[in-house]
Design a protein around this ligand. Structure first.
Ligand SMILES: Cc1cc2nc3c(=O)[nH]c(=O)nc-3n(C[C@H](O)[C@H](O)[C@H](O)COP(=O)(O)OP(=O)(O)OC[C@H]3O[C@@H](n4cnc5c(N)ncnc54)[C@H](O)[C@@H]3O)c2cc1C
Ligand code: FES
Length: 504
């Protein structure tokens, strides 16, 4: 399965595209980033009569990580309530459960209000033990009982014959994220919201007003700015030391209707597997994810989909042709909760959301509600729970581990290359080659034509690595990703990779 990949949702829309920013408007709130977080924030602010401008780097909104999601709508915490309660306490764990549950309710309400046909459905969440045994399941049962959260212990039967213990959580959900966001985008425009795509923002300065500047030299002046770019893009922000980029893999296989036990499934392994069904016409799609690793720190990407498929076939022998397979990134935080609130770096009136922790559908949605309050100076009891400035001493070990890993990536400057010469690169592949004191990222296309770029990431100078699964250059430091020709497809980098010196 090592051809270029496509997400199950990509067939959806052209409706999302817009034109680049080519003037210097003023507004109440400028939202940078048109994924689920930015679009939800924009929609809620417009409903309150604010003048909103949304800027997005890509040709269409909802084509960042949101396009690569598997769209579980969960209030069960991805990193476990046992972990969350141990590092933040029981009250924060309860508030997290309630706020993610509230996010699913909000999506349901928006679906109803805007009459959105997006396959929204309430389903159960189901946690079951993986190869790691029943320890985590038992711990979760104890913790959730103590916290007073709703669940029941039960059994889960796979079509492959295995039956396992499981915890079941009510009131989760699933939907088609792109159908949902296409209509949300239309609702934003109907309420007077302005969207500019193909518009890369490189600077946000807080103040009264704030100023948002694009790489093409245009600017928006706004009373407040919301940076909803999935990962903050400005070099040197302290947030780069607080979130860690992980690549996660997904596939969608045809499955006969009714062959699936239902619900959103997750096991307790690390990395874990996640499963849901997406209804289709004559058959359904089984959508399975997992095999996570730190971005840019693996070289067996194609094999990860193969392992995912083997795992799937064992439990769902009816799974047929794999129609889509893809990967994307999630941004983990030390405690498993997003950073949503006043940005701790750009000065006054700049707000942010990052650190989806694999729950970006609900984090992005609850961010919309929280930020709509904070932007307008209204208190919100979740402000401290999600504060980007929070310190979590109990999670210091995790934070230090991630930061040491990040620092270690800079030693790539000192090592040799993947290969010695371009002749050693097989067609259709890329490799890093040492050239004197620096390194080159060399891609050889199927016809043998070479593209030679500087391997230095334009964000903060780490050395990128070749991803044979997606044919991209991935940065192991903060998760920037580039096509084989160096075009930036995911920030924080705001610029493409540079041609190698003397090559253009
Ligand atoms: C395989 C996979 C499975 C997942 N499964 C789930 C799941 O089941 N449930 C769940 O809740 N979450 C899941 N997630 C996570 C979730 O998809 C993401 O967290 C979420 O989509 C992020 O939304 P966002 O709006 O924060 O960011 P994005 O959708 O990435 O949007 C950010 C936008 O900002 C724009 N941007 C970036 N930099 C700039 C700049 N400098 N200037 C202008 N614009 C810029 C980008 O173009 C992009 O459109 C999954 C992720 C992956 C990859
Ligand atoms: S150095 Fe930050 S993403 Fe590459």
């Amino acid at each position: 399965m090592n051809t270029y990949t496509s997400s199950i949702w990509t067939t959806a829309e052209a409706v999302r595209s817009a034109t680049p920013l080519e003037h210097n408007p003023a507004c109440d709130v400028c939202v940078v980033g048109g994924g689920i977080a930015g679009l939800t924030t924009a929609y809620l602010l417009l409903k309150e009569g604010k003048r909103v401008v949304v800027l997005d780097a890509k040709p269409a909104v909802a084509s960042g990580e949101t396009e690569f999601t598997t769209a579980h709508l969960a209030w069960y915490n991805d990193d476990s309530f046992t972990h969350l309660a141990s590092v933040r306490g029981d009250d924060v764990a309860r508030a997290a459960a309630a706020s993610h549950r509230g996010a699913i309710d909000l999506i349901e309400q928006i679906v109803r209000d805007e009459k959105i046909d997006c396959d929204f459905e309430r389903v159960e969440g189901v946690l079951f033990p993986g190869a790691d045994g029943p320890g985590e399941l038992n711990d979760e049962e104890k913790t959730m009982t103590r916290l007073g959260l709703e669940f029941r212990r039960d059994r889960l039967a796979f079509p492959g014959g295995q039956t396992v213990d499981a915890l079941r959580f009510p009131a989760h959900g699933r939907f088609h994220p792109i159908k949902y966001l296409a209509k949300l985008t239309a609702a934003i425009r109907d309420r007077g919201g302005v969207i500019h795509t193909n518009t890369v923002v490189e600077k946000v300065r807080g103040g009264d007003p704030c100023k948002v500047t694009t790489t093409h030299g245009h600017s928006v002046s706004a009373a407040a700015v919301v940076v909803a770019t999935n990962n903050p893009f400005e070099a040197g922000t302290p947030m780069h030391n607080k979130v860690a980029a992980y690549t996660t893999y997904a596939l969608a296989a045809e499955i006969p209707k009714g062959a699936y036990p239902g619900g959103l499934l997750w096991d307790t392994e690390d990395p874990y597997h996640y499963v849901r069904v997406q209804p289709g016409g004559t058959h359904d799609y089984l959508v399975v994810g997992g095999e996570d690793h730190k971005t840019g720190q693996a070289d067996d990407q194609p094999q990860r989909w193969d392992r995912l498929l083997a795992w799937t076939k064992e439990r769902f022998p009816q799974a047929g042709a794999v129609k889509h397979h893809w990967s994307g990134q999630v941004f983990e935080t030390p405690d498993g909760l997003g950073f949503i609130g006043l940005a701790p770096w750009n000065g006054p009136n700049v707000f942010m959301v990052t650190g989806d922790s694999g729950m970006g559908m609900t984090h992005g949605t609850l961010a919309g509600r929280l930020l709509a309050d904070l932007v307008q100076g209204r208190p919100n009891e979740l402000a401290a729970v999600y504060s980007p400035s929070r310190l979590v001493p109990a999670a210091l070990k995790t934070l230090l581990g991630e930061n040491l890993n990040m620092a270690a990536q800079f030693t790539d400057w000192l090592t040799g290359g993947d290969v010695k010469r371009a002749e050693d690169i097989p067609p259709g592949h890329g490799a890093v080659i040492r050239s004197g004191l620096t390194k080159l990222a060399v891609y050889k296309d199927e016809k043998g034509v070479l593209t030679t770029l500087s391997a230095v990431c334009p964000h903060m100078g780490c050395i990128v690595r070749w991803n044979p699964g997606e044919t991209t250059w991935d940065c192991p430091c903060h998760g920037s990703r580039f096509k084989a020709d160096g075009t930036c497809v995911h920030g924080p980098a705001t610029y493409n990779m540079k041609p190698a010196e003397g090559k253009g």
